[in-house]
Design a protein around this ligand. Sequence first.
Ligand code: AMP
Length: 419
Amino acid sequence: MSITRPRGVNDLLPETTAKWREVEALLHLMAEEYGFGEIRTPIFEQTMLFARGVGETTDIVQKEMYTFNDRSDRSLTLRPENTAAVCRAYLENKLYGQAANHKLYYLGPMFRYERPQAGRFRQFHQFGLEILGTKSPLADAEIIAFACDFFRRIGVDDLKVHLNSVGCPNCRSAYRSLLQDFLQPNLDALCGDCQNRYERNPLRILDCKKEACALHYQGAPKISDHLCAECAEHFEQVQQLLAAAGLKYVLDTGLVRGLDYYTKTAFEIRSEAIGAQSALCGGGRYDGLMAEIGDKDIPGIGYAMGIERVFQVLAAVNQDIEIDNHPDAYIISIDQPEAQKSAFALANDLRKAGLKTELNFEAKSIKAQLKAANNAKAAWAIIIAENELAYGKATLKNMANSEQLELPFGEIRAFLFGA
Ligand code: AMP
């Protein structure tokens, strides 16, 4: 039996990777424009990092991690997200000692054992930003502005920015009890997951997509009505900054992250166009995270965007990434050692000069090779047959208008540059 790829993962083939590289190049460029530096952390980390940094009570940690013991019996986990790892690296490399704050970005694969479905994979790719070391609402607004700017630049504008504030441990403890009191009469009607969340992480119940649960949290008290003065002020400033930059958003009290180290701003950008898995990216502030995974109390904010989702939304709105990887020259030769030597030497000459050059490997008729050049959308076909060999020349065919000319081998490179 032939071996197939594991469930929930993808092979990215050349036509796709060419488009991915365009999107990745834009992200690298934008990150540089906005003043972010790239960070590359390992694909696997100590399991403890994610248990603490993502949260023991989250679905990711409870059900979705690829965790294994290495040969020395250390528990390691393929990273399910990258914020915890970036913070770990920031603390471990003492970046906080080098500047008041740091703006970092990453791009790479993440791994979650989720039920595969449209837009949900077990290996997927995220681009993300983190701003570490500042509590300023400007940082929150800058992250959201970047996320919106990216979609604008790739031509996707049918989007909604959902915005909320989840407060801080101070405002949340009173709110938690209010929410529990509100949910208590219908506790038995909530799904099993939400019943577990009730004690440990009741805010997450507001995020449950199951209809039965949604029915019972409608009308629940809103965290945004119970923010302490500092959190309310921060939330107000973020909104004013977004408005000043002309960025539209909707307030969404259902957007919650229940853990203590998530603080203040939470946001998600969604597109109706892609249906059920409508989140293109999400992020927020995590002022308590670094104290949880390290020994420094340093604030941070970030967001992560799925690259697969980017392509899903592009397809949904009928946008495509244009790729120009067509050969400048496609060299065709007869099946004869002298002709092949000349073809190979010419290909090397053109490639050294930076021209995209294809060489036909198969002994097919000239006609069949011309068809291949046409299929490859080559600009020029260069034909080396008996006649050409005899006179030390090649025939160049302009594939756009079929005009032909003959040139000595030594003049082809200069001609193609001028063409
Ligand atoms: P999260 O880290 O769960 O906040 O997810 C951030 C973004 O990553 C989401 O908005 C999606 O774009 C993407 N994402 C998360 N999980 C998956 C997955 N299993 N497959 C594909 N994309 C994902």
